[in-house]
Design a protein around this ligand. Structure first.
Ligand SMILES: [Mn+2]
Length: 433
């Protein structure tokens, strides 16, 4: 017989891939993992009849000819199935979107891709073969794509994910159902923790970063705490959030963290506490510690653990184009046109920033037929400026509040540079999601 399976602890992308394997390779039976990721349980329960899964034990007596493995290429993540494969020398095909250079399933034929979701790769095959899906199958597959791509917004997303999503919509996928399967906060326990967390959390500026902290004591471990932490992160949008949950009965402390700042690497940071994860998501479990004492110590230690935040002077453009306040509006207009700028800082004879002249100011002068008037009569004054040490969050706030796109950086009455909208957007692009 021929079989197909995904990694242990099957997640939504795994299930999306498998439903398409079933359509593309109908003579392959699907085998389920003993573990199903909490996020995928609901979909799995509601659609189990569409998969027709065998249990690993069911294949024990069979001779296996071919195996398709989806969404992993790591032997440890499929060992629960291989335990039951005996007296067979199956051919193995791997379809995976992870880094297949790390593959340790030897002798396998690998079809790798760089797509955001593994489901998208199988979806592309289905599209090319003009396979018709029923709305339920399309919904399962689309949920897989949305889950692995953060609803098509993560850095890993590529055009194929969008193309396959469009095909699945054509096949009748229900976005309402996809949305409900992606809902990560469902249990009353989670909702209670979310509400309590929103009440006790505190915001701190540490090394220039906006850091959110919360401490909560729980009777028992609550399933889905990471999803609660993610929701708080969405609402508050700090640079990083460290949530400490203590379970006094077990003398255990759970530290769950999320970061959206490239300078705060949680994998490195949580190593110090015996934990780990990725750059933007990590956790640690600390045993035999008293909750309040740990929280206090962790908070106090953050100053040392974090490296300084990006400041306005780190991203500003130096060698700023400026103009003297006694020059005419006509000269300002020519300067802006030649340098392809929408505005420049205006300086006094002694080099002090006195204002800002932009296209709109010049327009007023033109309407008044006063193009020979000195700039200082029409410029915006005083120029909004800041020091080089303000955080990116403050730069953003100033842009929004004053409705400007240029922020001159001044220290000791000297113009050091200017942060433009472009500098700011380039900085944002460098941050990972
Ligand atoms: Mn995946």
């Amino acid at each position: 017989m021929n079989i197909a399976f995904g990694h242990t602890n099957m997640d939504l992308d795994c299930l999306g891939s498998l439903i398409l394997v079933k359509k593309l390779f109908p003579d392959f039976a699907l085998v389920r993992s003993k573990l199903i990721h909490p996020a995928a349980r609901n979909l799995y329960n509601l659609y189990s009849n569409y998969f027709n899964f065998l249990n690993p034990k069911d294949i024990e007596e069979e001779r296996i000819d071919n195996i398709i493995i989806v969404d992993t290429c790591i032997a440890e993540r499929v060992s629960e199935y291989f335990k039951y494969i005996k007296n067979s020398e199956p051919k193995i095909y791997i379809i995976d979107h992870h880094n297949t250079a790390n593959c340790n399933i030897f002798g396998a034929q690998i079809e790798g891709s760089h797509f955001g979701a593994n489901t998208s790769y199988l979806g592309k095959l289905a599209m090319e073969e003009k396979i018709k899906l029923c709305p339920e199958e399309a919904t399962i597959a689309l949920t897989g794509i949305y889950a692995d791509t953060g609803r098509l917004i993560y850095d890993n997303v590529c055009r194929e994910d969008f193309e396959v999503a469009a095909y699945l919509l054509d096949m009748g996928a229900s976005l309402k159902l996809v949305k409900s399967f992606l809902e990560t906060i469902k249990d009353d326990d989670q909702i209670l923790v979310l509400n309590q967390t929103l009440l006790v959390m505190t915001t701190h500026v540490i090394q220039g970063h906006t850091i959110l902290l919360s401490y909560l004591e729980l009777e028992e471990n609550v399933a889905g705490l990471a999803e609660v932490v993610e929701r708080v992160m969405d609402i508050e949008s700090p640079d990083a959030y460290f949530a400490v949950f203590a379970i006094p009965k077990k003398k255990t402390v759970l530290l769950i963290a999320r970061s959206q700042n490239a300078l705060i690497n949680l994998h490195e940071l949580l190593n110090a506490y015996g934990g780990g994860g990725h750059q933007n998501a990590g956790s640690a479990k600390i045993v035999d510690r008293d909750g309040p004492a740990f929280f206090e110590e962790f908070h106090a230690g953050l100053e040392k653990l974090l490296s300084p935040a990006t400041r306005s002077k780190d991203i500003m453009t130096q060698n700023v184009c400026t103009i003297n306040e006694n020059k005419t509006l006509l000269e300002a207009s020519l300067l802006l046109e030649n340098a392809d700028l929408s505005g420049v800082p205006v300086l006094s004879d002694s080099g002090v920033l006195t204002g800002f002249i932009g296209l709109r100011d010049i327009m007023k002068g033109r309407k008044a037929e006063a193009m020979n008037a000195p700039i200082k009569a029409y410029m915006t004054r005083p120029a909004i400026s800041s020091s080089g040490s303000i955080s990116m969050r403050e730069v953003e706030r100033i842009f929004y509040k004053h409705h400007i796109g240029h922020l001159p950086i001044v220290e000791d009455d000297k113009l050091l540079g200017i942060v433009t909208r472009w500098d700011y957007l380039e900085y944002k692009k460098r941050q990972n999601q």
